[in-house]
Design a protein around this ligand. Structure first.
Ligand code: HEC
Length: 203
């Protein structure tokens, strides 16, 4: 019996040593442009779930009302859309990451099936060996809950919140409306004074 146990232990040890040399001698290509190894996704997913652990059961201190979802959308556009893409970008945002950042709005399922506590954990802590950063230092805990509620409700968002998650429209409005009029009117009226002043300065 003892011989059998020792045999099993030696067997396990040999597998671990072989695994160590397999990985450290370059058999696992660490660049981003290779396909995943067999079981890689499943093992990584299980490791993430195990790290989240009981935090998945954490209830949100905030409710998923329109105010909090709208606040979550503002956080998302500022901190997340650059990688995960906007709502109207179904093919996703940033390229060149491995694993690539998943799209989190319909038609993708995103994290709508996950407990909001699990999403809060991911946003707060980030995911090791991936581009997903920790937002612990960058966002307040309320902002992390708000963006987590947003992603959990991604398949049933009010229209106003959906609008905020599309191409920002504010960029075009200020440029096209107020700017041309003042600059056209002011430049003839104000130009004499700057010229006079600059003339004084040159002397
Ligand atoms: C620099 C790029 C980057 C930024 C910025 C970023 N993420 Fe991520 N995120 C990733 C990547 C890459 C993954 C995939 C990690 C993995 O699968 O191991 C990911 C994964 C996730 C997941 C898990 C998805 C799943 O299917 O389980 C959630 C939730 C998430 N991000 C939310 C956010 C939120 C919310 C923000 C903004 C506050 C954000 N991310 C900002 C790159 C980013």
């Amino acid at each position: 019996m003892i011989k059998f146990i020792v045999g099993v232990l030696i067997g396990i040890g040999l597998v671990l040593v072989a695994g160590y040399f397999f990985v450290t001698r370059g058999a696992v290509f660490m660049g981003t442009n290779a396909n995943p190894l067999p079981l890689e996704r499943r093992i990584a997913g299980a490791a993430i779930s195990a790290s989240i652990g009981k935090s998945a059961d954490d209830p949100s201190p905030l409710t998923a009302d329109e105010t909090n979802l709208q606040a979550g959308a503002q956080v998302y556009m500022k901190a997340c859309a650059g990688c995960h893409g906007r709502m109207d970008q179904a093919t996703g945002g940033a390229k060149g990451f491995y694993p690539s950042p998943p799209h989190l709005f319909p038609p993708s399922k995103g994290v709508t099936d996950d407990p909001v506590g699990a999403t809060h954990w991911v946003v707060k802590n980030g995911i090791r060996f991936s581009a997903m950063p920790s937002f612990n230092q960058k966002l307040s805990d309320s902002e992390i809950w708000q963006v987590s509620l947003l992603l959990q409700s991604a398949n049933k968002l009010p229209a106003s919140v959906q609008d905020s998650l599309r191409q920002p429209r504010q960029q075009q409005q200020p440029q096209s409306q107020p700017q041309p009029q003042p600059s056209q009117q002011q430049s003839p009226a104000t130009s004499p004074t700057p010229q006079g002043e600059s003339g004084n300065l040159k002397r």
